[in-house]
Structure formats: structure tokens, C-alpha cells
Design a protein around this ligand. Structure first.
Ligand code: PGA
Length: 236
């Protein structure tokens, strides 16, 4: 199975023109890339990005993902983009700041009902104390009520919050430490593919992508730096 590269654009780039430039650059440089790509643009560009991803050579290689699912807007969104989205990020730390576990759990269930593949973010805020217990508790609350089959349909992204580039002092996790965290999550989701996220750049992507237990990476900042993003894709 190919490695999965999830691009979480967050609120960037500033204009749809720049978004189009990123996708054009990707189209021009995608030959020879052997990875499955998911582009999660901000909502304001979703219709246009959905359309651009239908065009070759991106169609078939890059899919559309949502950065979040709104429990009330999902039907409206379907009217706008039909079934063009295939993935959805659930439980990103930017949402967990505002949303209790029950809402994240409901969003996860709604995503599965909508036929989307959830990329579920699990990660500790700081790596002190018993962070491994924290991961277990967060996993259990997020996946509460889901059957093993349903959990297996989800991708689990280990994304330590302190490693996310927008947080002060962020730095990527070390592959060795990531391995320890994955060893906590893997038995809880034995059929799920596991990803790593948090300050992935062209300088460290290979370290994570070469780990057999990792099926891919979730990339924020570096996914809107078009040259760097392509460089990462070429390393896969
Ligand atoms: P980062 O973001 O790669 O910029 O650290 C990852 C994320 O927020 O999903």
C-alpha cells in the first residue's frame, strides 16, 4: 500500500489564486511520485479545490479532505461538493481546544455515517507525566462506542500537540519517541493505519516515512510551501 500524505492547509494560503498555484505546481511535478495525497483546504476554497482535484494528473492521485466536519452543515456541504471529499480530519488540536470529547466522538461517528474516512488526531499536550495514559484515555473517549470494524476504517494520526509548528517552541518528535507512542496506540487500533504529524518538513519526513509502523504523515505548514511539499512527495 502506498504511503499517505495528508496536507492540512489550515487557514492558508491567503488567496484562492495561491491555492491554485500550489495545485498547478503539484500537477507539473507529480510525475514519478508514488504516494496517495489528500489535500485539506480551508472551507472557503473547498468548491474550487474540489474541482481542480478532478483534473488529470491530480485526479486519481490526490483526494479532497475536510479539515473538520460540522454536525449541522454536512448536508449543505454535500450540496456544494457532492461526494468529492473522501477524508476528514477529526479531533485536530485546534478543535479539541474548543470541543469536548463528546463532540469529537459525535463528529467521528457522523464522518463514518457520511462515508468519509476519518483521520483521527490523538496526541498529548506536553510530554511529561504519564503521557502514555493520556493517549489511551484520549483514544478511548474519542472512539467510544465504535466497533473494532469501525475503528479499523479510521486512520489514527499520532500528533503530539507540542510538536505542531504553530505552537510556541514546537519541534518535531524524534522517531524513537514516536515509536513508543505508536506502541500505545497500535494495540488499541490494530486494524488502523497510523500516521505521524507535527512539524514534518523536507528535513525529517524521510525519518518518519521510513518507519514500517507508519503509513504516512499529516503535514501542516510545509504542505503550503509548494516546492517543499513536492520535495517531501518525491522522498516517499
Ligand atoms: P505542522 O501542522 O506540520 O505545521 O506542525 C500539523 C497539523 O497541525 O496538522
Amino acid at each position: 500500500m502506498k504511503k499517505l500524505i495528508v496536507a492540512n492547509w489550515k487557514q492558508l494560503p491567503d488567496t484562492m489564486g495561491e491555492a491554485e498555484e500550489i495545485l498547478d505546481f503539484l500537477s507539473e511535478n507529480i510525475a514519478g511520485v508514488s504516494a496517495d495525497i489528500v489535500i485539506c483546504p480551508p472551507d472557503k476554497y473547498i468548491e474550487k479545490v474540489a474541482e481542480l482535484l478532478q483534473r488529470p494528473p491530480l485526479s486519481g492521485m490526490a483526494e479532497l479532505g475536510l479539515q473538520d466536519i460540522s454536525l449541522t452543515e454536512i448536508e449543505n456541504l454535500k450540496l456544494k461538493i457532492g461526494n468529492s471529499a473522501t477524508y476528514v480530519i477529526v479531533g485536530h488540536s485546534s478543535r479539541r481546544k474548543f470541543e469536548p470529547e463528546e463532540i469529537i466522538n459525535q463528529k467521528l461517528k457522523a464522518s463514518l455515517t457520511a462515508g468519509l474516512t476519518p483521520v483521527v488526531c490523538i496526541g498529548e499536550n506536553t510530554r511529561d507525566g504519564d503521557y502514555q495514559q493520556f493517549l489511551k484515555d484520549q483514544f478511548d473517549a474519542t472512539f467510544a462506542g465504535l466497533s473494532p470494524e469501525e475503528i479499523g476504517k479510521c486512520l489514527v494520526a499520532y500528533e503530539p500537540v507540542w510538536a505542531i509548528s504553530t505552537n510556541p517552541g514546537a519541534k518535531p518528535d524524534s522517531p524513537d519517541e514516536t515509536r513508543k507512542a505508536l506502541a500505545v496506540l497500535q494495540p488499541l487500533a490494530p486494524a488502523s493505519r497510523l500516521l505521524y504529524g507535527g512539524s514534518v518538513t523536507k528535513n525529517n519526513a524521510k525519518d518518519f516515512l521510513s518507519m514500517p509502523e507508519i503509513s504516512g504523515v499529516l503535514i501542516g505548514g510545509a504542505s503550503v510551501r509548494k516546492e517543499e511539499f513536492v520535495e517531501i512527495l518525491k522522498q516517499v
